[in-house]
Design a protein around this ligand. Structure first.
Ligand SMILES: Nc1ncnc2c1ncn2[C@@H]1O[C@H](COP(=O)(O)OP(=O)(O)OP(=O)(O)O)[C@@H](O)[C@H]1O
Ligand SMILES: [Mg+2]
Length: 259
């Protein structure tokens, strides 16, 4: 398996349709190694579909997808070995305990028992799940389930993290730990692509941001570039997002609602 690659992610002219609906429309996106990239966009704009195509979970009708130098169409299994994925609605085996589930995930990745155990314990401690690892996942809160999903993405030291709305259910302390952890991993050359609706997180954590709208990448760049594109030199990401996605007329919508 070749892991020599120029770019961590390379999507070229990628289109994905669900029957008549164009979920992703001629998308071009290249991420370099060690980059933290944020995918933003309104509900249904194609973020999760894009992330799933990176893993080969969804096949595009057109275009090519390369992840860590591997063609997602030809060898999706090789990609899955090297990538950590936390889906937006993770399906955990709820009849297992947290520790049983993570143990099982570690085994799937072929981790050695000692390394697996010590890494699981470190993560349980860092994310404050210690003491609850012996409880059934079905008894966990949403945030606790999200923590388990994140640990299973991090566990095997992936080269690329694909995180679909990873921080939504997390308390501020845990969200901060995960954000700082992503920065640490970046220093080790790990690339992250994540979707989020939490614009402050994108602004604070991501090197570059892509704003999707109706399957298209409307804007792409760092904060300064996005400000320039939106002709909003001193604005935050929220205002830029609302302007670019055409959902800025919020006052009128709210007035209509309270009539
Ligand atoms: N399995 C599917 N079958 C049919 N249509 C789908 C399927 N998955 C996604 N879609 C459609 O594709 C479009 C993009 O969906 P996607 O889940 O990628 O959006 P998203 O940007 O992740 O949205 P959200 O912010 O709500 O998570 C939507 O219109 C959605 O209805
Ligand atoms: Mg989604």
């Amino acid at each position: 398996m070749s892991t020599n690659y120029a770019n961590a992610v390379e999507l070229k002219n990628v289109t994905k349709r669900y029957n008549e609906l164009v979920a992703v429309n001629n998308l071009n996106l290249t991420l370099s190694q060690g980059e933290i990239f944020g995918l933003l966009g309104p509900n249904g704009s194609g973020k999760s579909t894009t992330l799933k195509m990176l893993l080969g979970l969804v096949q595009p009708e057109e275009g090519s997808v390369h992840v860590l130098g591997i063609d997602a169409k030809k060898d999706p299994v090789a990609i899955k070995k090297l990538v950590g994925y936390a889906p937006e609605a993770p399906h955990l085996y709820e009849f297992l305990t947290g520790i049983e589930f993570l143990d099982f995930i570690g085994d799937i990745y072929g981790m050695h028992t000692e390394e697996k155990r010590s890494r699981i314990n470190e993560y349980l401690k860092a994310l404050q799940l210690e003491g609850r690892e012996g409880d059934m996942i079905s008894s966990y809160s949403e945030g606790m389930k999200q923590k388990v999903a994140l640990i299973s993405a991090f566990l095997h030291k992936p080269k690329l993290l694909i995180l679909d709305e990873p921080l939504n259910a997390l308390d501020p302390r845990t969200a901060r730990i995960v954000k700082d952890f992503l920065q640490e991993l970046k220093q080790q050359g790990v690339t992250t692509i994540m979707s989020t609706h939490i614009l402050e997180i994108a602004q604070a954590v991501c090197d570059r941001i892509g704003i999707m709208y109706q399957g298209k990448l409307l804007a792409l760049g760092n904060m300064e570039e996005l400000r320039r594109m939106a002709s909003m030199p001193s604005s935050g990401l929220e205002d830029i997002f609302l302007k670019l996605t055409g959902t800025g007329d919020i006052k009128a919508v709210v007035e209509e609602l309270v009539k």
